[in-house]
Ligand binder design. Structure first.
Ligand SMILES: Nc1ncnc2c1ncn2[C@@H]1O[C@H](COP(=O)(O)OP(=O)(O)O)[C@@H](O)[C@H]1O
Ligand SMILES: [Mg+2]
Length: 235
């Protein structure tokens, strides 16, 4: 579904991602894991069109997308939950969700999507009319994910959902992502510093170190590898 081939990209002509290749099949949940500064967010920003590759290509469902503007990439079905969530604090939960559906014109369909989100995230239904800023970090993360789902994406990009959340909340949000992946068949690419948690729920994973992919495999293979045990799990 997504193929990133020999991607080099960075800021002000200084590369921070070097010759990175990976791919995602339809229905998979894939994690790219690595430490702070490894380049995880840069990769997601490039897929969603906010940054343009210095070289390399990105193909989504048979289309080259690496030269398209971000709004066209959204229309093709890629939704991005950015690092730090960026929900609109002064707006209600419901209005935040409706914003996610801005590419959809059909009112009945929008209502159906709202109902679906409230079923997936009952907490958001309870807080529908509350300002987003009054919710906990975990609830805001759920809202950011639900807002992205309102655009009916084919591929969901999730940047560091664990940031600033308590461990229990991290597990909860991961559970929801796994559920959306398995029950609705949504393809998900997440990037995470929480290496263990992210590999445990992933079908496959890639290890990113200072802008380069140094290992890949199934979540289990990576968790059992010496590289991951030594570098990330402190064993
Ligand atoms: N807007 C920016 N301008 C310049 N350099 C940046 C910018 N954003 C990130 N970087 C640099 O790019 C590298 C990768 O950053 P990032 O993709 O944010 O890593 P991660 O998400 O894995 O923590 C880091 O060295 C970071 O300092
Ligand atoms: Mg980041």
């Amino acid at each position: 579904m997504l193929r990133v081939d020999r991607l080099t990209v960075g800021y002000d002509s200084v590369p921070v991602i070097f010759d990175v290749s990976f791919s995602i099949q339809e229905g998979e949940l894939v994690s790219i894991v690595g430490s702070n500064g490894a380049g995880k967010s840069t990769i997601l920003r490039t897929i969603s069109g906010l940054l343009k590759p210095f070289s390399g290509t990105i193909e989504f469902m048979g289309h080259r997308i690496d030269k398209l503007p971000a709004h066209q990439i959204v229309k093709l079905g890629i939704a991005h939950v950015p690092e730090g969530r960026h929900v609109l604090g002064k707006m209600s939960v419901k209005d935040n969700l409706l914003m996610g559906a801005y590419t959809i014109n059909d009112k009945i369909e929008i209502q159906r999507l709202l109902d679906e989100m409230y079923e997936l995230f009952p907490r958001l239904k309870e807080r529908e009319n509350q300002k987003a800023e009054t919710m906990s970090g975990g609830e805001q993360q759920m809202l950011a994910i639900a807002r992205a789902l309102m655009s009916k994406p084919k591929l969901l990009l999730v940047d560091e959902m664990s940031l600033g959340l308590m461990p229990l909340m991290v597990d909860k949000v991961l559970e929801v992502l796994k559920e959306v992946n398995k029950k609705k068949g949504l393809t998900i690419l997440m990037v995470e510093q929480k290496v263990q948690e992210a590999l445990e729920i992933a079908d496959r994973g890639y290890i990113l170190q200072t802008g380069k992919i140094v290992a890949h495999g199934t979540g289990r293979e990576l968790l059992e590898s010496d590289l991951v045990k030594k570098a990330y799990l402190g064993m």
